[in-house]
Design a protein around this ligand. Structure first.
Ligand code: SF4
Length: 284
């Protein structure tokens, strides 16, 4: 069986950068915390915890510790609260997410209603809407456009969660344009996401089966799975080699593989080694 690994598989530069910041900080300071997961991958989080970084769920007294702000960014309120509790902040927010924050603040100052296309509960989206005091609108699906609430909106600015699928975003933008007189649209889907999605629109057509590697909590991995599954029903999503099922490789001559933006290369390599072992066993 041939294995074709996507060129864009694995860490994006924002995740790589956040992990580097975290490791350097853990090496030089004690009492380092992260609020929630720095990136959405269990293996990475375990490694960071082993390096001495403590994961906290809620902000309490910081006791002069350092708080890592995750790659997805955080709301202004969270940052203010952390400072209030005495934390020194170390910002690992991806520069691409920071750019979305800048756009949102600037558009809000210009009096535009901010609309975010993205997953309602995702940390990145919460961080984006938390940049401004006025309530932003979140739209997660073309069928969920709040037409009633839009009646009073004359001027709007639309931004997009960095890991969204443009094919799902554009129909929402087109519909919004029919209702709002003055709309500015910023396609803030990041370049690594676009590259990954471009590849996963081709791989499923060129291979008998597809494997997507990444955490169940990873939004960009979920998107890769959805795109691939729509093109090739033999698409499987796993987090680790242990989840591989030998039956998936029956009559499969070529297998395409990609991995989410927060999946370590070590995981991808371990998955490939396990597939090789399983398919060798199958031949005996
Ligand atoms: S997926 Fe994009 S926005 Fe998110 S961390 Fe990676 S590069 Fe940054």
């Amino acid at each position: 069986m041939q294995i074709h690994l996507a060129q864009s598989a694995g860490f994006c530069f924002g995740v790589r950068r956040a992990i580097k910041i975290a490791r350097n900080l853990a090496a030089s300071h004690q009492a380092v915390c992260m609020l929630g997961d720095l990136v959405h991958n269990e293996t990475v989080i375990r490694e960071l915890e082993a390096a001495g970084i403590r994961k906290i769920k809620r902000l309490g007294p910081g006791r002069n510790g350092r708080l890592l702000i995750r790659a997805h960014g955080a709301s202004r309120r969270t940052l203010a609260l952390a400072r209030h509790h005495g934390y020194a902040l170390v910002d690992a927010t991806c520069p691409m997410v920071r750019e979305i924050h800048r756009i949102v603040r600037s558009m809000d100052r210009q009096g535009r209603r901010v609309i975010v296309i993205g997953d309602r509960r995702h940390d990145e989206v919460l961080g984006i809407i938390g940049q401004i005091a006025r309530r932003a609108m979140i739209i997660d699906h073309v069928e969920h456009i709040p037409w009633k609430a839009l009646r009073r909106v004359r001027k709007a600015a639309i931004v997009v969660q960095s890991t969204q699928n443009l094919d799902r975003v554009l129909p929402i933008v087109e519909r919004l344009k029919t209702r709002i007189a003055d709309v500015r649209f910023f396609n803030t889907i990041c370049k690594p996401t676009r590259m990954k999605q471009e590849e996963i629109k081709i791989l499923p057509l060129q291979n008998d089966a597809i494997l997507i590697i990444g955490s169940r909590t990873s939004a960009n991995t979920k998107r890769l799975y959805e795109i691939s599954k729509a093109l090739n029903s033999r698409t499987h999503w796993i987090q680790s080699p242990e989840e591989l099922d030998p039956r998936w490789f029956r009559n499969v001559h070529s297998l395409g593989i990609t991995a989410g933006a927060s999946t370590p290369e070590t995981t991808t390599r371990a998955v490939i080694a396990r597939i090789r072992a399983l398919t060798r066993q199958g031949k005996k």
